[in-house]
Design a protein around this ligand. Structure first.
Ligand SMILES: [Zn+2]
Length: 104
């Protein structure tokens, strides 16, 4: 008695949200919390899938995700435009320095 009635479930590891059966359910605040990692591909597949599923069915999170994504993209584009000119100078100088000292 007792032991048979309560079968211990394996502890499901989830960063956020809760399980309904085997499906991980996320709330809007979970999405907000996990979105950075989601867009950075840092989430485990189960959490990422649950997040995507929630966003698909939630207008607010769709809007939030789109806004966030655009912001991140804008920041990345800025960096990419910034880097090449600086990188080009460094890359130009670098091999010369190497061959100079390497040939001696
Ligand atoms: Zn939502």
């Amino acid at each position: 008695m007792g032991i048979g009635a309560r079968i211990p479930r394996p502890v499901q590891r989830a960063r956020a949200g809760h399980f309904e059966g085997n499906a991980l359910m996320l709330r809007c605040r979970d999405v907000v919390e996990l979105l950075v990692e989601y867009l950075d591909d840092q989430l485990d597949p189960a959490t990422a899938g649950a997040l995507a599923a929630h966003v698909t069915g939630c207008e607010e999170c769709t809007a939030f995700t789109n806004t966030y994504r655009k912001t991140v993209q804008a920041l990345r584009q800025l960096r990419e435009e910034d880097l090449p000119s600086q990188l080009r100078d460094r890359l130009r100088g670098f091999p010369n320095r190497q061959t100079d000292s390497g040939r001696v």
